[in-house]
Design a protein around this ligand. Structure first.
Ligand SMILES: Cc1cc2nc3c(=O)[nH]c(=O)nc-3n(C[C@H](O)[C@H](O)[C@H](O)COP(=O)(O)OP(=O)(O)OC[C@H]3O[C@@H](n4cnc5c(N)ncnc54)[C@H](O)[C@@H]3O)c2cc1C
Length: 289
């Protein structure tokens, strides 16, 4: 993380280490019609006072988003806010952030981390969501349990992001073949975009760069009269930027997830692992193009 060249390579996915880098990037994306979701990088915090400080950072991000008039919500990592220490600590921190977001009419998404935190994340989410509808969370289609969690989300009208899942999970709890994960994505998305879900207030962020799933979504919403304002596409900053702009031109809502901060290493490694071709770009940066 200390090497300038690694930092330069990571810039492809992380626009910078300072909040102003994320705000500038969000502003540029807003100018081409893309909404933002800002994430302060960091996870696995094991110190209570640090977890509370991380919540302070999110309060500051919300203040800055409001002050600069940016169209951006925020995403928080539960283990950065103390979920590895206790549910109660994480709950206090997330609730403080969510209350501040509500003051500004803004929204918060709790990211989903590895499976050891799935139930805890959902427990904290549900306890706050009861009184704060501006909080949503994320479900991962590689987990077998997600079908049941989707049913629960539909029953309760939650705001959700659905994605494939970025962590290495054992085969007794997760699909191991990409085709199964993709198939499950479509199966669950069909429910989340369905009439019952929308009537109950579900609003889904379709978080993928996968052409097959994006095309399926476009066909489904057209054939079933789902309004373009009733869901959104989401992608990561730096990935398939042209496609992000194309979707905006076609009239879809598009949100880019913008991470910033000094703790970019695990996030960057997940992006490299997802697509081996990224290692080539990494090597090119090291070898000076
Ligand atoms: C907005 C957003 C939020 C997310 N939040 C979470 C979360 O909370 N928890 C979680 O576990 N996961 C999260 N993810 C990550 C997600 O689970 C996947 O790991 C990631 O999106 C890659 O899967 P894919 O759907 O793009 O499909 P894939 O089949 O992996 O990729 C489809 C195509 O997208 C492009 N692509 C995908 N990944 C990359 C990459 N790294 N570099 C370059 N091109 C790439 C390639 O063209 C590839 O062929 C999030 C993803 C997005 C977009």
């Amino acid at each position: 993380m200390r090497f300038e060249m690694s930092k330069r390579a990571a810039r492809r996915f992380v626009p910078g280490e300072r909040l102003e880098d994320a705000i500038t990037t969000a502003k540029e994306l807003n100018e081409v019609g893309i909404m933002a979701g800002i994430d302060h990088l960091g996870e696995s915090v094991e110190d209570e006072s640090l977890a509370r400080k991380m919540a302070d950072v999110y309060v500051q991000i919300l203040e800055e988003i409001a002050a600069k008039g940016i169209d951006s919500n925020i995403s928080v990592k539960p283990t950065q806010l103390g979920l590895g220490i206790s549910n109660e600590l994480c709950r206090e921190n997330v609730e403080r952030i969510v209350k501040k977001a509500a003051e500004y009419g803004n929204h918060v998404r709790m990211d989903m981390e590895d499976s050891s935190f799935t139930q805890k994340t959902l427990d904290v989410f549900k306890s706050i969501r009861k009184t704060h509808p501006n909080l949503g969370t994320v479900l991962q289609t590689y987990l077998y349990r997600t079908e049941k969690d989707v049913e629960d989300a539909i029953e309760n009208g939650y705001g959700l992001r659905i994605c494939k899942g970025a962590y290495k999970e054992p085969s007794d709890i997760a699909f191991s073949k990409k085709a199964q994960v993709d198939q499950n994505f479509i199966k669950l998305l069909e429910k989340l975009l369905g009439e019952r879900a929308r009537k109950n207030g579900v609003y889904v962020g379709v978080a993928t760069h996968d052409d097959k799933i994006i095309d399926w979504t476009k066909d489904f919403v057209r054939e079933n009269g789902v309004g373009k304002e009733e869901f959104e596409f989401q992608m990561l900053y730096g990935i398939r930027t042209n496609l992000q702009k194309e979707l905006v031109k076609e009239g879809y809502q598009m949100r880019a997830y913008i991470p910033f901060g000094t703790h970019w290493y695990p996030y960057y490694m997940r992006r490299l692992a997802e697509r081996p071709a990224n290692l080539f770009f990494f090597a090119k940066t090291f070898l000076g193009e």
